[in-house]
Design a protein around this ligand. Sequence first.
Ligand SMILES: *Cc1c(COP(=O)(O)O)cnc(C)c1O
Length: 427
Amino acid sequence: MFIDRSKEAFKEAKEVIPGGVDSPVRAFKSVGGTPVFIDKGEGAYLVDIDGNRYIDFVQSWGPLIFGHCDKDIEDAVISSVKKGLSFGAPTEVETLLATEICSMFDGIDKVRFVSSGTEAVMSAIRLARGFTNRDDIVKFEGCYHGHSDSLLVQAGSGAVTFGTPSSPGVPSDLTKHTLLAKYNDIQSVKKCFENSSDISCIIIEPIAGNMGLVPADEEFLKALRVICDENGALLIFDEVMSGFRASLKGACGLVDVKPDIVTFGKVIGGGMPVGAFCASGEIMDRLSPDGPIYQAGTLSGNPIAMSAGLASLKKLKTTANLHNELSKKAKKLMEGFSESAKSAGIPLQTDVRGSMFGFFFNENGVKNFDDALKSDTDRFALFHQKMLKNGIYFACSQFETGFISTAMSEEMIDEVIEVSKKVFKEL
Ligand SMILES: *Cc1c(COP(=O)(O)O)cnc(C)c1O
């Protein structure tokens, strides 16, 4: 396989864009080699600028549950484009999409749209702080909630500590309000509440997808609900990745726990830049213009993005058995990988939630970030390079989640499993 044009394009990009990319993971730093530059998508496939085709398990990092160039979404976008790109005034399609979302979830009465997952979570945190009149938040090591200041906090080593910023440019004055707890460990959360009486909210990925795929135990989530209720704090489910992916109703559809605020992104925009945060009317009415908590956006609720989201959500709701089918394929893939690994004598941990799948090159099961960090990232890097050479595109880090789209056939999954038999033997 030749990627000469990609190599050249990467060199040129690096001259004018830091690291050659607009989001760091795209640079392939943790797996080595050159990122391939994409020309176009075709259903389940990506085509790079050298003309190589790849089965795509990244799907733009989650949004494309129907694969590339889905006809229904494409049609919705094109007809919206013809009416104008942006108005900065209300449009009916925003109400339609909000109505679809509210009708799906008990306890969600209102939705505010923004343009990214980062913005959705950042705004949800402000809302929780404003609503409770408290400053501290509890977040979990290994959970990613976008790159806003108070959420970009380093995972400390085990102990519950006051957060330190994980990036230069983030003032520690700000992150001192971020308390870190350990995923799936209720004692660490209790400690946070012993240390602070100023906790506004707990924010969690109920199915973590940003340290690899690590679902929270239902009992753990239930215990978070109880702690929040006892202490007058809000529970925020960050479903930017798991929303409409893990099940039609995301993690909310799989566990019997009701959060106070939910954030969405990725699938909700069908491939266009959309984020959303939602809650009961009591909470949402505290937002500007009805309430005092300020939040705004020039391109928020953009009609084209809303049209793509609406077409996508409607299709998700009306396609019978969709998540079961996706889950069946994800399970088949992970069972195939497990067998390939076993016959090659390589320890591998796998998990599936709906259309999300994950695998760790790890001796033991993974329950939290510390466990995930014990994975063999060198072996993953080799795996990634070899799969790519065989025309299979996985996320370029051990700590990411894989995605199945409806464009993927059983035959494609079989094909990938066949390749994995060969590749695992070479690791
Ligand atoms: C991707 C992601 C975000 C950030 O969304 P962006 O659209 O990249 O800003 C936030 N939370 C979770 C759980 C995510 O997976």
